[in-house]
Design a binder for this molecule. Sequence first.
Ligand SMILES: [Zn+2]
Length: 162
Amino acid sequence: MNAAAENTPHDPVRDPWRGPMRAALAEAVQAPATGDVPVGAVVLDPDGAVIGRGRNEREATGDPTGHAEVLAIREAAAAVGEWRLSGCTLVVTLEPCTMCAGAIVLSRLDRVVYGAVDEKAGAAGSLWDVVRDRRLNHRPEVVAGVLADECATLLTDFFRTR
Ligand SMILES: [Zn+2]
């Protein structure tokens, strides 16, 4: 165990998601190559296998809906063969926006795990809480703050160098 790991307090809620969050971070770091904001996402099947990957491609493709979450959800649905992603988990480096929160609810994902909080546009607990709105008929579980510092640093570094 290295020094950094020793300093990290054991967190039974977030620790199991650190591995998948690393996979989402691996997507995120590729986004700036096309001038895109470094946000990455993966979808895990009920056994924890990655069945969808995405990173922001708004600049790369000129698609305003080209967010990491939407792309990962599309790939996962294609892999499963239907639009329902029941039992699956979306792991994303940044708190989802309203559009992505809507997509998460509509795809019937069981759970959304995110890293950094988005206080300006977050729709999973910050500015809104679309995914846990009691007026909707499907409410995924939310696990926030997994590798939050790492996810946030990626973003602040990106905007600092632009
Ligand atoms: Zn979004």
